[in-house]
Structure formats: C-alpha cells, structure tokens
Write a protein that binds this ligand. Structure first.
Ligand code: NDP
Length: 249
C-alpha cells in the first residue's frame, strides 16, 4: 500500500476502542489527515488525552464514552450521527477484548459470553447502526479489526479466535452485500502489536520487540482513503498488502 497520507478533510470517522492501543493512534492519524473523529471507548481519561492531542495538532474530535455492551447506546450513536451529519464516511470497528488464554474446557461462561458480546454482537450492532450512514457517504470506508487468530486458531485462544473468525465472516458478507456501491469494507490483521491486549495474552514477551501501535495505525490509515478500490479482503499489516480469504479445499 502507498505511504501517501489520504486527504480526509471534511470527512467524518467513527473509531471504537479509541482510548488506547491501535484505535487511539488510528484516531489520531485520521484526525491529522483532516477527518472529524468520533472517538468511542469506556475510559474517559484515554479519550480526553486523545482529544487534547488531536486539538493540539489542529484537528477535531467528538468523544463518546460508551460501554459497547450497551446495545441501545450503539443504536443511539447512529441516530445522533444521522441527526447531526446525515452520513458517516469512515468506520473503524476496532474495540475488542481478549477474554482469557485457556483451554476451552476451562473458560468460564461469563468470560466466553463477554468476548462474544463485545467482539461479535457489538460489532454487528455497530454495523447495523451505521450501515445506512456509510451508504449515504460518497465513499464510505469500513475497517473491521480482525486478528491472525481468526485463521491460526491456536491452542488456548479459542474464544478470541472464534470471535475474530465471526467478525471477519461478517465483514465479508457486508462487503458482498455492498459491492456494487461506493462503500468498501475490509478486515485488518494488525499482527502482534505493543498494546495492553497483547501484554495480557503474552505476559512473558518483551513489548519492545513488537511494533508500536502508532506504526501499525499508519499502515492501516490508507484503508480509509476515498481512493481505495478493494473490498471484502483482509489487510495484513505485517505484509503491508491485502490477502484474499482462501476457501478450504
Ligand atoms: P487494547 O486492549 O490496547 O485496546 C482495546 C480498546 O477497546 C480500548 O480502547 C478499550 O477501551 C476498547 N474496549 C474494550 N472493551 C470495551 C467495551 N466494553 N466498550 C467499549 N470499548 C471497549 O487493544 P489493541 O489496541 O491491542 O486491540 C485493538 C484491536 O486490534 C482489537 O480488536 C484486537 O482484537 C485487535 N488485535 C490486536 C493485536 C495486538 O497484538 N495488539 C493483534 C491482532 C488483533 P476502554 O477499555 O476504554 O473501554
């Protein structure tokens, strides 16, 4: 992908999980390219820090403190965007939880349900809430955060892997539904990144060996460009290219 930053002046971007990690830096990049960023997460301190950084760089943000298990709250976001702007140009469905790294037989029901609720149901609810707004844009772009775990399905990563496989399948279905429109929908595999989630998954790993979320965010940014042609694909950040989902033989 090109390293040229897209011109996002006058465009509206919604980013979930914007209080830290990959979502924080992607929100910052989008605002630096001119987009008005609607930043969603639970941690108000993280959102305010983002807002300060965006404003200091001359950008604009609207903060939405919300727990994505609040499905009616997700619906309200779509309604509020409709009333104020009438359309949405960029969706970054990035918020997610790991749950627990454990054998499937040891996973507590409430942990499994939370992973599915935030990662899968929350993402679907968000898609449902903003789909008409993205269709109303002249170049709607949806970026859905997946993971290599969706395909590697490694031992002990069961709930998270299942949730990411579901999210990726949903993004591909959505892309197929909208392929004849200007809306482009792609999943992203960011690869191992130096964030709180990665530290939770791999506590023994030296974080300094991993790319900083700002580096990863910069590589994802072109997927928000009005120039983007691809849809229904998976963008692999490490390879810096799209990969196509392979049907099993
Ligand atoms: P972090 O744990 O650093 O950040 C997760 C973000 O999601 C936070 O902003 C958090 O905000 C938000 N979030 C979590 N739960 C909720 C909730 N209930 N309601 C609202 N927001 C919530 O994770 P990363 O930056 O590492 O991960 C971002 C995405 O990238 C995730 O989808 C993850 O699965 C994916 N990914 C990450 C990889 C990595 O190595 N880091 C590798 C592959 C994929 P708050 O707590 O303030 O609500």
């Amino acid at each position: 992908m090109t390293d040229t930053k897209p011109d996002l002046k006058g465009r509206l971007a919604l980013v979930t999980g914007a209080s830290r990690g990959i979502g924080y830096f992607l929100a910052k990049e989008l605002a630096a390219c001119g987009a008005h960023v609607i930043a969603v997460a639970r941690t108000v301190g993280g959102l305010e820090e983002l807002d300060d950084e965006i404003k200091a760089a001359g950008g604009e943000a609207t903060l939405v403190p919300l727990d994505l298990s609040d499905m009616a709250g997700i619906d309200r976001i779509g309604g509020a965007i409709h009333e104020r702007w009438g359309k949405l140009d960029i969706l970054v469905a990035n918020a997610g939880v790991l749950g627990v790294i454990a054998p499937l037989g040891h996973v507590e029901a409430k942990v499994f349900e939370k992973v599915m609720n935030i990662n899968v149901t929350g993402t679907w609810r968000l898609i449902r809430s903003v789909d008409p707004l993205l269709r109303a844009s002249d170049a709607g772009r949806a970026i859905v955060m997946s993971s290599g775990a969706a395909h590697s399905a490694r031992a002990f990563w069961g709930p998270y892997a299942a949730s990411k496989a579901a999210v990726e399948a949903m993004a591909r279905s959505w892309a197929d539904e909208t392929k004849n429109m200007s809306l482009r929908v792609n999943s992203v595999n960011p690869g191992a990144t130096r964030t709180a989630m990665r530290a939770q998954a791999m506590p023994g790993e030296d974080p300094e060996t991993l790319p900083h979320p700002s580096e990863v965010a910069a590589k994802i940014l072109p997927l928000a460009s009005p120039e983007l042609a691809e849809t229904g694909l998976i963008f692999d950040v490490k390879k810096n290219r799209f990969t196509r989902y392979q049907m099993p033989e």
